[in-house]
Structure formats: C-alpha cells, structure tokens
Design a binder for this molecule. Sequence first.
Ligand SMILES: Nc1ncnc2c1ncn2[C@@H]1O[C@H](COP(=O)(O)OP(=O)(O)OP(=O)(O)O)[C@@H](O)[C@H]1O
Ligand SMILES: [Mg+2]
Length: 271
Amino acid sequence: MDKSYPTQVIGIASGKGGAGKTTVSINLAVSLAMRGNKVMLLDADLGLANAQIALGVHAPLNISHVLRGEQRLQDIIVQASSGVRLVPGASGVRDMASLDTSQIAGVIQAFDTLQDSVDYLVVDVAAGIAPAVVEFMAACQRRFVVVCDQPSSIADAYGLIKVMATEEDLDEIYLVPNMVSGQQEGRHLYRRMNDVCNRFLGVSVHHLHSIEADELVLQALRKYQSVLEFAPGSAAARDFRLLADAIMQLPPVTQASGRQQFFMERMLRLT
Ligand SMILES: Nc1ncnc2c1ncn2[C@@H]1O[C@H](COP(=O)(O)OP(=O)(O)OP(=O)(O)O)[C@@H](O)[C@H]1O
Ligand SMILES: [Mg+2]
C-alpha cells in the first residue's frame, strides 16, 4: 500500500455477541498480512475469547501497562501469525481514568509513531452497542458489522447501524455476513438489511464479501491458529482472502490529519 496514505483503521463490531468478530478480525488481519501489508490487530474486546488465545500467542504485557505508564507501546506488541502484530487488550483498561495528561500524551505519541509502519489496523471491538463500542467505531475509518442470518443477530446489527448512522452520523459502514451457506445467502442478507437501513434510517451500507460457515474455523481455533494457516484450502480461508482483496481495492480513507492519533485519543476517553 502507498504509505502516502495514513494507516487504514478497520473496526469490527456486531451488536450481538458471538457473531464472529474475533474470527473475522484475526483472519482478516492474517489475510491482509499474507497479501504483503503491514498489519496490526488491536484487541479492544475485553471478553474471554480474545485474540491472544485465538492466535496462540502469549502476551505477558498489555495495553493497561502502557496506559499506566509502565511500558512503552512498542514493548507490549507481540508478533503473531504471518507477521501480524498484536496489541493485547486488558480488562483493566479502566485504569485509563487515572492517567495524567503527560502520560496520555505519551501513549498517543507512541501510537502515532507506529503510523509509518502500519498499513492496516484492525480493531476487534466488544459486543453490544454501549457508548464505548460506538466510540471505538467512530474512531475507525471503516466500520465492519459482522452479522449472521438469524433474527437476533440481524436485529442487533441493525441497532448498531442505527446508532452509528443516526446518532454519530458515521458512514463507511460495511456488512460482513458470516456463517452463511454461500455468497448468494450473504448477498441476500445484505440486500435485506440495506433495504431496511435505506427505508428507516435513510442510509446505505456496503458489502464486499461474505464468510461461509466452515467447521474448519472451529478446528483452527482449537489449534490456536487462524484458518488461513490451519486450512488454507478451506472455504472460510478462501472467503477471508477474497474479503482482504476487496478491502485492498477500496480507496484509502484520507483524513486531514492524524486519524490514528484521533483513534487513540478517543480510546483514552473510554474510561
Ligand atoms: N465462518 C464461521 N464458520 C464456522 N464457525 C464460525 C465462523 N465464524 C465464527 N465461528 C465460530 O463461532 C464462535 C463465535 O465466534 P467469535 O468468537 O469470533 O465471535 P465474537 O463475535 O468475537 O464473540 P464475542 O462477542 O464473544 O467476542 C466461535 O466458536 C467461532 O469459532
Ligand atoms: Mg470476540
């Protein structure tokens, strides 16, 4: 990617838990890295099944150490699969509230210096539509909403889109249908949801590629690997590669200045 553009920050959310945010975050990050991009994955989902576990990396330090001023950002980053660099999340992120201004400035600066060496920053955001989730998504250039073809997942994805589009006035929202039987079902799900968004919210959402339901995803997880590495010939691996290809075709979102700095500033306010 041409580094005259800023790091492209992609937020992955879903509304409903268990729709596949972590799976999509990890495998998308690995696919983008396999295509020659410099990729960083930020685990902003503070639940249990986190990116560290799924990628089989051991991270003794995490973002809370940086936020407390005990470590530098570059020292907590762990190298994961296929060159993806992981910024481990932490459940102690509330500590951010106790930082003083100079500590906060230090963290922002640290993220900012990484800018040069990252093409894509993928953010695994938590489930739900809490203000923190929406804040994280607002700080990303592109917002991916993972959705399964089930009423509760569709309802929660719609709820998230509604908050992002109407309350925060956010665009660049993409649906990622997951665990579908094939591209046709994914497209159909996208069209249904886009119609509803158009009719009731007056906004359009985008769609690039859907991810098939594939039992090898679960097998890969049990081996602490991405499905790209565990089963490169699988349907899911193919879909993640095609999703990554489609993302690389998109024009970079360029912001006037320091969008990643903006990202970090917002993150620090989530206390
Ligand atoms: N395309 C797929 N095919 C088969 N299984 C999948 C697929 N995507 C996700 N899964 C499985 O569904 C489960 C939930 O996925 P995942 O943990 O990625 O969801 P999540 O949205 O991150 O959940 P949480 O809200 O708990 O963070 C996992 O067991 C995962 O292996
Ligand atoms: Mg998750």
